[in-house]
Design a protein around this ligand. Structure first.
Ligand code: PHE
Length: 518
């Protein structure tokens, strides 16, 4: 007899799905830009420290909680205590309404550009093409304008593919797709990196801007006040990046671990997820720095002027570099955008899964209907980001959701697990199911990580109060930034208030065959 919940067919399937969620668009452009801005190789020090003191402890916490409670995040938190259920909802609701609605549109852009790469439709001026022809961007965030038909269609395609993958249970849907997508992603990335290294100017840029170190940028004890403040910002950014890149604070890893069999070395799985994800970022950084270096050299520009962050990196810099390549330009473009599409899709399905599983756990609705409803509603919700003003809205929503929604979720998560449920309970559970988690983990979950997250929230709040984020007008920031947080909070509250079926709250007996499925 199999469990009423889905279950991964193999540990490898689970790992590939979790790594698929972690490796996303952020590994390619967010990481590379940060590495450049915050001191090149020196950035790796705060990045690795953040990985060890926050990333690894929280991923273990999420895996441990999902595995112990065998539930999505609302169910798991509800079992800790009724008053914590709201946080359990907050995380997948933020994943779905705060992130996926715009993440799907960016994946849509990648689909569009995959097609454009075939003919290099961006022509001689990729910047004008991206902003004027493709987005037809409105003059300010106050004017959202009308829909962009090609973006609308590619966003619909993204939702359709996610629906297709999420429709069946995890074993036949996400696990199967991850087994195809993840190895392909790694192979394609290695090809792209190898190719990049052959470009003129690539190796020099990598050595002088990526692998070089500017220690002064990370020295928080510097005698100079200004550089001390800048260094503080670098450390905050590194922690934020670790959180985002490991998909923590969304309830995703809780849900994925709930599909694991009883005996499982979760400690090892957490370590592998972290290492593979971070190595992928480091490797993807090679291609980004190499390509920017090649473009800077060919155009005679200084490197610092050539590199850009966010969407511009993928949709302006890369197309420019692709057009300058000596041979096989189309192929290089297809390879790059295919990598983005795959990385984005495997993260997208995980965002949907966290929310879908929360609904099926609470309401007992059939999975297929829930997935269809969620994807249909999600597509409707993402329409606003397919307008002429979409890029502004997306930028504002992203800032507020990642700086507040995510970090506050993670902070509360640490406090509740560390102090209410007691981290020792999860550690005992993990150790009896086949892991060997050191005692210091308790300390991280109860003290180190919450203190660091509190600092992050403090720095974000003070930064945002000092000046309007991105120079946007206050009404737009309140409407789209504050509005998206408010929407998530209200939806989470509405789901929390709905009464549970009492049987659901009892811990399910795990079937015998679990033990065999390691
Ligand atoms: N981890 C993904 C990345 O680095 C982003 C992501 C965040 C995916 C949250 C799913 C959930 O791009």
């Amino acid at each position: 007899m199999s469990s009423s919940r889905g279950q991964w067919q193999s540990n490898m399937g689970f790992l590939l799905a979790a790594i698929g969620s972690a490796i996303g668009l952020g590994n390619v452009w967010r990481f590379s830009y940060m590495a450049h801005q915050y001191g090149g190789g020196a950035f790796l020090v705060p990045y690795i420290v953040a990985l060890i003191v926050a990333g690894l402890p929280i991923i273990l916490l999420e895996y441990g909680l999902g595995h112990q409670e065998k539930g999505s995040s609302p169910l798991s938190f509800r079992r800790i205590g009724p008053r914590y259920e709201w946080l359990g909802w907050w995380m997948p609701v933020v994943a779905m309404f705060g992130i996926m609605l715009y993440y799907s549109v960016i994946i849509g852009w990648c689909f569009n550009y995959l097609v454009y790469a075939i003919t290099m439709a961006w022509g001689n001026d990729p910047q004008a093409f991206f902003f004027n022809d493709f987005l037809a961007i409105s003059p300010s965030a106050a004017e959202i304008g009308g829909f962009r038909p090609q973006i609308l269609m590619s966003t619909a395609l993204c939702w359709f593919l996610c629906w297709l993958i999420n429709f069946r249970d995890v074993r036949h849907g996400i696990e199967k797709a991850s087994k195809i997508f993840m190895p392909s992603l790694l192979i394609l990335t290695f090809i792209l990196v190898g190719w990049t290294l052959t470009l003129d100017g690539a190796k020099e840029a990598i050595f002088s801007h990526y692998l070089s170190t500017d220690w002064s940028k990370i020295n928080i004890f510097s005698a100079d006040v200004a550089s001390r403040i800048n260094a503080r910002e670098v450390w905050v950014a590194a922690f934020g990046q670790i959180f985002f890149t490991l998909s923590l604070g969304f309830g995703i890893m809780i849900t994925y671990a709930s599909y694991l069999p009883k005996q499982n070395n979760i400690g090892r799985n957490a370590l592998i997820t972290c290492i593979v994800n971070c190595c992928y970022s480091l490797i993807a950084g090679l291609t980004v720095f190499g390509v920017v270096g090649f473009m800077a050299k060919t155009q005679g520009l200084p490197f610092a002027e050539a590199i850009k962050g966010g969407p511009q990196l993928a949709f302006v810099i890369y197309p420019t570099a692709i057009s300058l390549l000596p041979a096989y330009n189309h192929l290089f473009g297809i390879l790059f955008f295919l990598i983005l599409c795959i990385a984005g899709l495997t993260s997208g399905v995980s965002l949907i899964e966290a929310f879908t599983c929360s609904l099926t756990d609470k309401f007992n609705w059939p999975r297929k209907k829930v997935v269809t409803g969620v994807c249909g509603a999600g597509f409707m919700g993402s329409l606003i980001f397919t307008t002429n003003g979409g890029l502004y809205l997306l930028d504002i929503a992203d800032h507020f959701i990642t700086h507040y929604g995510l970090i506050v979720g993670g902070l509360l998560e640490c406090l509740i697990i560390g102090w209410i449920l007691k981290s020792a309970t999860i550690r005992n559970h993990l150790n009896t199911s086949g892991s060997a988690i050191p005692l210091v983990w308790n300390f991280c979950v109860r003290y180190t990580t919450p203190v660091i997250l509190l600092c992050l929230v403090y720095f974000s709040v003070t930064g945002d109060l000092q000046k309007n984020y991105g120079g946007y007008a206050t009404p737009q920031l309140l409407m789209y930034g504050g509005g998206s947080l408010l929407l998530c909070g209200t939806v989470a509250l509405a789901f929390t208030l709905y009464p549970w079926d009492k049987r659901k709250l009892q811990r399910e007996h795990q079937p015998e065959e679990d033990d065999l499925l390691i």
